[in-house]
Write a protein that binds this ligand. Structure first.
Ligand code: TGC
Ligand code: FAD
Length: 393
């Protein structure tokens, strides 16, 4: 049975005073939605590994799909801080729910909006915003994860169509997606994006089973066996590896906010538990070792909140660099994972049960620290940025 969600958000340095009334309204709307619609079901969803598809239209109606896409294309026309706050609140509920929304927004709607033709925007964006169709993003391959530039998936110009062959692995949402943004090499070895409809002949999307992490998000493959893709489905606005990496900048930014949500939920749970749980005749919150854990958690959450809020301001001003996004993604996910582990200890044995959200967040974050660029890859991006020396080459 689901326990009531009594989450209270920590705001130690009064960050709310830097948000607009609209930001707070959006944040609170998503927070209420998560308490009402996600918290009561998420434990069962993750234990059973059955994705709650009826959540999709609800996420859409709240504007979680493409918040930053202009309203003329069905988006909400919101700024980057609003997008971040939506991701924070969804991930406070569960990383898998945030994942579903961030793939749809940053990895499917973003490339169509930024690199697509006018016809592609008209055809797909409103339907994606309303959740009428769902998308996925195929970059990673069996032999190419951190190094997507080495991808083997390719397409050939066959006159009337492009012939696509290859495969993608670890693709969020692929088993139920209607379309896939697929990154593949053309005959000149140049990476380009294609909009592939998953009911095209030769496309299969098998689900990846037995995950211990992100069980509230569906993961699968994308397999292309001589798929005839209409030429109108090529994303013509940008080519090269920079095109998919540009989408990742948007998604990684959302993850930086999302990780704060997961960390806040773990901290809030551990703080409350430590005040209620008595050992040796007093609440465990009275012991210095437990206070140290809690004090360090709120310090790290507060630092992450300000780093990420400032990144949002820079993004709104079009001044954020990819390296700044990498720093925030890396810092915040590691911070959240550390807090999940420490919180789990504060709950003792109770911490491993599904009665509390901590173990689920911890397991989810083991994926979040790997996808969208691993912890070590983001460190090397920072290293490259500050030294000018590229460790990948
Ligand atoms: P490199 O030579 O450095 O760069 C190639 C071209 O790309 C440009 N560029 C970027 N452009 C936009 N945004 C960025 N973040 C960019 N980083 C680089 C660069 O300027 C260059 O442009 P040009 O015009 O000179 O060609 O590329 P490299 O091959 O050395 O690789 C660099 C590296 C390792 C940093 C990059 O490939 C990388 O980020 N690897 C990590 C892979 C990754 O993050 N995969 C994510 C897959 S999607 C996913 O995980 C979704 S999970 C979704 C969910 O469920 O939430
Ligand atoms: P590898 O690249 O094989 O790396 C293994 C280890 O080696 C890592 O620790 C890495 O940091 C390290 N390493 C690699 N290169 C270097 C180096 N140069 N220096 C130092 N260390 C290095 N991908 C998509 O395209 N779309 C999706 O929707 C998607 N969703 C995902 C959902 C889940 C649940 C997961 C787990 C992954 C998803 N991914 C997706 C894939 C994800 O982006 C990759 O797993 C990630 O980029 C890392 O690739 P890899 O797993 O192949 O690890």
């Amino acid at each position: 049975m689901a326990t009531k969600d009594q989450f209270e958000s920590p705001d130690y340095y009064l960050l709310d005073e830097l948000l607009t009334e609209e930001h707070i309204l959006i944040r609170n709307t998503i927070r209420d939605f998560v308490k009402r619609e996600i918290s009561p079901i998420i434990e069962e969803v993750c234990q059973s590994c059955v994705f709650p598809k009826d959540v999709l239209p609800k996420l859409a109606s709240l504007g979680s799909f493409g918040p930053f896409i202009p309203t003329e294309y069905g988006g909400s026309g919101l700024d980057q801080i609003s997008y971040g706050l939506i991701m924070q609140e969804l991930e406070r509920g569960d990383s898998g729910i945030r994942s579903t929304a961030s793939v749809q927004s940053s990895l499917v709607m973003f490339p169509i909006f930024e690199y697509g033709t006018q016809d592609q925007k008209n055809k797909y964006l409103s339907k994606l915003a309303s959740g009428e169709i769902m998308g996925c993003f195929g970059l990673t391959e069996p032999n190419h994860g951190s190094n997507p530039g080495g991808m083997e998936t390719s397409f050939k110009d066959e006159g009337d169509y492009f012939l696509l062959n290859g495969s993608k692995l670890w693709i969020s949402n692929s088993p139920f997606a209607d379309i896939a943004i697929v990154w593949a090499k053309n005959e000149n070895n140049r990476i380009q994006g294609l909009i592939v409809e998953t009911d095209m002949e030769g496309v299969s999307t098998p689900e990846t089973h037995n995950k211990w992490s992100l069980r509230g998000s569906v993961t699968g493959e994308l397999i292309f066996d001589n798929v005839k893709v209409p030429k109108d489905n090529l994303l013509t606005g940008k080519d090269g590896l920079g095109a998919p990496l540009g989408c990742l900048d948007s998604a990684r930014y959302g993850i930086a906010w999302g990780a704060i949500g997961a960390a806040m939920d773990c901290y809030d749970t551990a703080l409350k538990y430590s005040l209620q749980r008595h050992q040796f005749g007093k609440p465990i919150a009275a012991f210095q070792l437990q206070q140290k854990k809690l004090a360090e958690m709120i310090t790290e959450i507060t630092k992450a909140q300000f780093l990420t809020w400032r990144l949002g301001v820079l993004k709104n001003e079009n001044k954020a660099t990819s390296a700044q996004v990498s720093m925030a993604k890396r810092n915040n996910v590691a911070m959240a994972l550390d807090i999940a582990r420490e919180s789990r200890q504060i709950l003792g044995a109770m911490g491993i049960t599904g009665e509390y959200p901590i173990m689920r967040h911890m397991m989810n974050l083991e994926s979040v620290v790997t996808y969208e660029g691993t912890h070590d890859i983001h460190l090397l991006i920072t290293g490259h940025d500050i030294t000018g020396v590229n460790a990948f080459k």
